[in-house]
Design a binder for this molecule. Sequence first.
Ligand code: CP
Ligand code: NVA
Length: 314
Amino acid sequence: MNNNTAMTLKHYLQFTDLSADEYAYLFERAAVIKKKFKAYEKYHPLADRTLAMIFEKASTRTRVSFEAGMYQLGGSVVHLTTGDSQLGRAEPIEDSAKVISRMTDLVMIRTYEQSKIERFAANSRVPVINGLTNEYHPCQILADLFTYIEHRGSIQGKTVAWVGDGNNMANTWVQAASLLGFKVHVSTPRGYEIDEKLAAGAHGISAGSYQFFSNPMEACRGADLVTTDVWTSMGYEAENEARKKAFADWCVDAEMMAVAQPDALFMHCLPAHRGEEVEADVIDGPQSVVWDEAENRMHVQKALMEYLLLGKLA
Ligand code: CP
Ligand code: NVA
């Protein structure tokens, strides 16, 4: 249909691209949309709209949640990878963006450098969503926050402990804390700290929202949510052996959970490596909400796609 030109063009390239008010709206909409899904209620606000999904890295959750979500909203999807499109044969990103965005209504991209998605967006006629870059993973944090709210209510004033790599997930947590008024305790091995400039984004890190701990136990003390991620992210596989050594003490175990709040939740964006960044008794234990977290990717992204294409619905 491609009638998005009538609306203000809004991209979702990093967490700071939306305001606290817009997040409040999205969490409400995600709850409504999830309820409809659970009740098998047909809801097709995006009938005749097409989502292009571009994957330059592997995915299970992002692919399934966007693809199933778009069909559930009445739309359709086109799936592209580097290997089976001209993207892998050096067609300029700018040209690809101009072409793809003339034929579709929305684009989701998973790629390497954030600059690639920014170049695509700058040449796109339709909204572009970040489905993970080396620097950020905003759709995942959207799902994590919604999952926290579902289980525990508002996250404002709460403390999230990040144990592990200063990666795309960690950067996005710092952005979210700054914007939505909670704290993130980050503990990484030396040499794997977050890049504070990247984590800050356009708005800077607000005072008191971010604290670094060299000891992961101290980061977890008193936390309302403990979360981690793989030691080696996609694209960094050559560093795997060095990382295994450096991260050995950054494994979320029962001892770390014991110093957090008694009702603390555990989250992991998945895929997980039991015995590396998390022990099996934590990720498969009673405080873990990882399956809700994974499912919620679909509900929040349906709310996000609806918002980017149709704006706020009364
Ligand atoms: N959490 C996440 O983005 O998973 P996939 O890599 O499977 O998409
Ligand atoms: N940090 C991980 C997240 C995977 C969903 C990666 O980038 O590979």
